[in-house]
Structures are given as C-alpha cells and as structure tokens.
Write a protein that binds this ligand. Structure first.
Ligand code: SAH
Ligand code: SF4
Length: 350
C-alpha cells in the first residue's frame, strides 16, 4: 500500500480503538494473503555479552562493570543448535555483542560450519546478529553458510542516532548505514529495525523509519519498544518516556503499518514487546508479524544478557517458552512453519 508520510504520521497518532483494530486486522489479512498464515520460529542463541561498544541505552554496554561477561563454548552453541533441530525450528539466530578480534571472527566461521554439518539432511537456516563488521568478515561468514543478518539502524534519523550513542568513530550513523549496504552487497537477506518510544523520538521520526525501510528495500524487520535499563546513561531520561502500554501500542502500529507498506517481507514479533505485556509477541502476530524467536540461551548465562530490564523468559528454559508460544498459536489455529527456513518472500522474488 502506497502510504505517504502524512498518512503514516496520522495513523501513528490515531487514538480511536476501532480505527486501530481495523488497521491490525487489515495488516493481518494482507500478511495471510501475501506470505501465508504460517509463523516461522528461529531459536535465539545469545552467544556472548562481550561488546566493544557503549550504546547509551544498552545494559551490556562495555562501560557497565556490573555485568559478568560470558562467552558460550562451541559445545554449548552446538547443543542449542541440536535443540533447535529436535524442536523443528528450522532456523537459529546467533546474536551477541560486537567484537572485532580475529579469534572471534574465526570462531564464528568454525561454528557456522559445524552447525551446517550437524544438520546435513535438513540444514538449519542461520541468521547472524553480531553487529558491524568489516566487509571481509561478513563475506567470510556468508561463505561459511550464514545467509541472513540482522542489524538494526536503531533510528533512521542521524541526529537522534547521535543522541543515543557516544560521539566517537565506532558509533557513527554513516558506518551503520554502510554496514547495511555491505550486508546487502555480500548477498545476505538483510534485516533491520528500530527502537520505538525513545526519548525525543516523534511520530515523524517513526514515519521516516518506515520510509527508510522501504527505500532501503529490506528483506526482514525486527523492531520493538525501547526499554529503560538502570545501569545505562539513558536511565536519567526515563521521565520523558511514554507509559509502557502506549509504547507497546505504538510498536504494534509500526508492525501493522510496515506490513501494509511491505507485504512480502518477514517481520518479527520481538521479545521487547513481550517484556511490556506477557502476550506482546502474540499481539504483534495479530498485527502482521510472521516470525518469532524463542530464546534458547542456557539458564546459567541468560541473566547476564540483559539488554534491557525485566526481560521475560529469564527463569524459563527453552522448552517452556516454546510450549507457551505453541499453545497460543494452536489456540488461534495459526500454523507453524516447522522445519522450514521461512525465507523472506521479498528476497526470493527479487
Ligand atoms: N550487538 C548487536 C546485536 C545485539 S544488540 C547490535 O547492536 O546490533 C540487539 C538489539 O538490542 C539492538 O539492535 C537494540 O535495538 C536492542 N536493544 C539494546 N538495548 C535495548 C533497550 N534498552 N531496549 C530495547 N532494545 C534494546
Ligand atoms: Fe553492544 Fe549491541 Fe548493546 Fe550496542 S546494542 S552495546 S553494540 S550489544
């Protein structure tokens, strides 16, 4: 649907519950008509909370000395990958802090190869989310078998980006955009996204984010509410934030609008939505999302991967989060794309 900036802003500001619920229903209908009824699962492995960056919003920023830093062993990651295979997820996401040492790049390459070997008959799809990397590293990991990459632009507004990041060369808006271009050039299915409800963020900023996604021609999107964390500099701005309920409502509208604007991409129902409401992810599915990433990170380290506070599922193990989600989908008669990669239709048709 060719929504223009003014219409997007108007819908983001819409308060009439009937208009909003019609928007969600329309987005859901378009989703079913375009990418089908299925929801695809990707098992999420939070491989390490070691990060060279210091983003002002993130709980695992390098300056937060209250965090115990961990790195999963290869065997721990392979065990999680086996869990995903047995559970029929079809795909995994390996996410973590940004590291630029050679040993890290090499370890990831070895892991990707081992995971591919583990599932030779029905190979697991591998998505990476390991921050900005040199082009050669993106290429190396792609050659090893990763085929999707998630790197959020966080906000498409250069000025707002600078307000939520330290002002130094490793936190530059232009490098973030360049990294997205490098990922596309390498051949990955590229996913990006933004945080919703940031301090100083307006409906106009969010409308521009959606237009940025369309202009960049993204394949996938993962976006969710910004959630304050007490061990970060942005905690001091918490009085400027929308109440949780409104932040979630705004996030759901963003999902629905993006589905109308880009019907054939994959859109994730993100964990941050679940943080603001126990059924936040399910609500996102009903507003047009078609991908969910159940957390498979082992118990021992889960509490150390807190990008934001009150992250759900920290006490759950992978099996419990999985069955809860499946129960909801079954109740709504929403089929799960078991054992399938569930690639972005937009990417396949390009
Ligand atoms: N280091 C990688 C991947 C891990 S961070 C990267 O930054 O790309 C993954 C995402 O978590 C970030 O893109 C950011 O959008 C989100 N995130 C971090 N802190 C957050 C917070 N306080 N609230 C909501 N999302 C947050
Ligand atoms: Fe590191 Fe990503 Fe957190 Fe920034 S958002 S501090 S890059 S983990």
């Amino acid at each position: 649907m060719g929504l223009d900036r003014e219409q997007i802003v108007e819908l983001l500001n819409e308060k009439d519950p009937q208009v909003v619920s019609n928007l969600f229903a329309e987005a859901y209908r378009i989703k079913v008509e375009t990418v089908g009824e299925e929801v695809y699962l990707r098992g999420l492995i939070e491989i390490s909370n070691i990060c060279r960056k210091n983003c002002l919003y993130c709980g695992i920023r390098s300056d937060n000395s209250a965090v115990n830093r961990y790195q999963l062993t290869k065997d721990e990651v392979l065990d999680a990958a086996k869990f995903a295979i047995d559970a029929g997820y079809g795909s995994i996401v390996i996410q973590g802090g940004e590291r630029h040492d050679k040993a890290f790049a090499k370890d990831i390459r070895i892991l990707i190869k081992k995971i591919k070997r583990l599932s030779r008959e029905n190979p697991l799809g591998i998505t990476l989310s390991l921050g900005e990397q040199p082009l050669e590293v993106y290429e190396d990991w792609f050659d090893a078998g990763a085929h999707r990459y998630l790197l959020r632009i966080e906000t498409s507004d250069n000025q707002l980006y600078n307000m939520i990041h330290p002002s130094d060369p490793i936190h530059s808006f232009n490098s973030r955009v360049q990294a997205l271009l490098d990922l596309k050039y390498t051949g990955y299915q590229v996913g990006t996204g933004v945080m919703i409800g940031l301090p100083f963020q307006t409906a106009e900023h969010l409308a521009d984010d959606l237009l940025f996604f369309r202009e960049f021609d993204i394949d996938m999107c993962g976006m969710g509410p910004y959630i304050e964390h007490s061990q970060t500099p942005m905690w001091s701005l918490r009085t400027l934030l929308l109440p949780h309920e409104e932040r979630l409502a705004l996030s759901l509208k963003m999902v629905a609008l993006l589905r109308l604007m880009m019907p054939d991409i994959n859109i994730a129902a993100t964990t941050a939505m679940q943080t603001l409401h126990p059924e936040g992810r399910e609500m996102a599915i009903m507003a047009g999302a078609n991908v969910v990433m159940p957390n498979m990170t082992i118990q021992q380290v889960r509490k150390e991967y807190k990008l934001y506070e009150n992250k759900p599922g920290i006490e759950d193990d992978a099996a419990i989060s999985k069955s809860r989600l499946e129960h909801f989908l079954n109740e709504k008669n929403i089929p799960i794309g078991w054992n399938r990669w569930g690639d972005s239709l937009r990417f396949r048709n390009r």
